[in-house]
Ligand binder design. Structure first.
Ligand SMILES: Nc1ncnc2c1ncn2[C@@H]1O[C@H](COP(=O)(O)OP(=O)(O)O)[C@@H](O)[C@H]1O
Ligand SMILES: [Mg+2]
Length: 263
């Protein structure tokens, strides 16, 4: 089982789009794939037609369990419109988890424990994170083997990234091992100065951790979310999908050696 988290402490940078598209591409390869929605906004959940306001059986319920068991976890998982792609949905009630759980022991490892029980069920797991640091983000970073950090190629993009790096340092101290990560420039617009400037700043500061390519701006992503399917399932040759396909190869170690070394 390969587990990725997609995180950045800034909203609107392409996290959900990245999680859904990477998950969709894994499913298209025929791999059993699970998308976990850890954002109380429930964007992945809504993407696949479930209502995070009214859904029962979600990540929220997982956090209410005293002892996580396989027969309690499996009923929380739903099918999507896409074969081989399942989701563990979010509900808006998850926004209360931080206050509810406080610093109760063991709460940071709920998702890691859940995935251990599902290790035979799925080959790929992609976790979509909320933009704020809290028990849900900590769970994602504790459970994953690789971290994907989308960064919008816009002014101020590096602000959320600095916070994310501090969080990463904190998590690495409690994991007692480094968490490999890759920064992904998103919504890159070749025609704008802001895109090129931001790419330059990222190269300067994050060199070896920066993906050598970028995700271009592609308005089809918005259409895809309306259709409730990953873009790769109805526009496989769009520019955005091609870029995510390259990214997936890189993350799976099938690409260029320099970036694989960075992971
Ligand atoms: N490469 C892209 N090109 C154009 N629009 C994009 C791209 N990636 C994401 N978007 C759009 O930008 C908005 C924010 O993206 P989203 O993935 O929801 O970000 P986040 O999860 O970080 O808040 C959405 O409307 C999405 O459709
Ligand atoms: Mg999101």
């Amino acid at each position: 089982m390969r587990i990725w988290s997609v995180a950045n402490q800034k909203g609107g940078v392409g996290k959900t789009t990245t999680a859904v598209t990477l998950g969709g591409l894994c499913a298209l390869r025929g791999e059993r794939t699970l998308l976990i929605d850890l954002d109380p906004h429930g964007s992945v959940t809504a993407y696949f037609g479930y209502d995070p306001e009214s859904i029962d059986n979600s990540v929220y319920d997982l956090f209410q369990l005293n002892k996580i068991q396989t027969d309690q976890v499996r009923p929380l998982i739903r099918e999507t419109s896409v074969e081989q792609l399942h989701i563990l949905p979010a509900s808006t009630a998850m926004a209360t988890l931080d206050r509810q759980l406080g610093s109760r022991d063991g709460m940071g490892l709920m998702i890691a424990q859940t995935l251990k029980l599902l290790s035979e069920d799925y080959e790929q797991v992609v976790i979509d994170c909320p933009p704020m640091l809290g028990v849900l983000m900590i769970n994602a970073l504790a459970a994953c083997q690789q971290l994907v950090i989308p960064v919008q190629t816009e002014f101020l993009a590096t602000k959320g990234l600095e916070r994310m790096m501090r969080t990463l340092n904190m998590i690495e101290r409690s994991r007692h091992e480094p968490l490999p990560y890759m920064i992904i420039p998103t919504m890159f617009d070749r025609r704008t100065r802001a895109s090129w400037d931001t790419l330059g700043v990222l190269q300067q500061h994050f060199g070896q951790y920066l993906w050598s390519s970028y995700i271009p701006i592609d308005t089809n992503f918005r259409e895809a979310s309306r259709a409730g399917k990953p873009l790769c399932h109805f526009m496989p040759s769009s520019r955005g999908v091609q870029a995510y396909r390259e990214l997936l190869q890189q993350l799976c170690g099938e690409g260029d050696a320099r970036q694989v070394a960075a992971l």
